[in-house]
Write a protein that binds this ligand. Structure first.
Ligand SMILES: Cc1cc2nc3c(=O)[nH]c(=O)nc-3n(C[C@H](O)[C@H](O)[C@H](O)COP(=O)(O)O)c2cc1C
Length: 205
């Protein structure tokens, strides 16, 4: 099994990256192979609405995302780690999501199946500075819609509020431990279990 972990904060070694790395420490103890990519280090564009993917299902933008497409289609798990920026994900993640338009065209215009007939499981990892009850809602809604284009399902997220300064999450080792534990157990969690008992396995929302 292959897990693709996308880090969408501009801040290197910030809170979401620390939390993601703890989760990946757990993944290392499982049988899942993984790769981590920091979007801020890539050269890629948002969708330019050229419409070319509507003809072929392929995006014609010649940038680093071409390699990402290959990784997305082989993923059994797609993990997005992003801070809350103005009640949503970051612009890096937004541009990443927009490039799924090619997958949308494949599925909904060209009626093509997933290239490897997978149903990737989507997981969000996020932190925000405030205690607002709805700060993760927008990113969850978008991610569900994005996952649908690759026949994926959203299985839940690891969310923490009131974390602002760079590295502040290190003051909460219990959060990091929980993320690691979810990583360790991820491969053993059945789809049915995740959908029916998200709170039992530590995933929320
Ligand atoms: C441009 C910007 C917008 C932000 N918007 C929000 C927000 O709407 N709600 C919130 O709770 N925190 C907001 N924050 C705070 C970040 O989510 C918080 O500092 C987080 O810990 C940063 O994670 P990182 O270190 O991984 O980048 C914002 C921060 C920035 C820089």
């Amino acid at each position: 099994m292959y897990l693709l972990a996308i880090h969408g904060s501009p801040r290197k070694n910030g809170n979401t990256e620390i939390l993601l790395d703890s989760f990946l420490e757990g993944i290392k103890l499982s049988k899942i192979n993984f790769e981590k990519i920091r979007l801020a280090e890539l050269n890629y564009q948002p969708c330019i609405e050229c419409g070319e993917c509507e003809k072929t299902g392929e995006c014609i933008l010649n940038d680093d995302f071409q390699e990402i497409y290959k990784k997305i289609i082989k993923a059994d798990f797609l993990v997005i780690a992003t801070p809350v920026f103005f009640y949503s994900h970051t612009s890096y993640v937004q541009a990443f999501f927009e490039r799924f338009q090619a997958f949308w065209a494949r599925k909904y215009l060209l009626n093509l199946p997933h290239p490897f007939l997978k149903k990737p499981k989507g997981i969000l990892i996020s932190v925000g500075a405030t205690k607002g009850g709805k700060i993760f809602e927008s990113m969850i809604r978008c991610f569900k819609y994005v996952l649908d284009t690759i026949y994926g399902i959203y299985v839940g997220g690891i969310f923490f509020r009131k974390i602002e300064k760079k590295g502040e999450i290190l003051n909460y080792p219990q959060y990091l431990e929980l993320a690691k534990k979810i990583g360790i157990n991820l491969e053993n969690i059945s789809e049915e279990e995740i959908l029916r008992y998200p709170e039992k396995i530590g995933l929320t929302k």
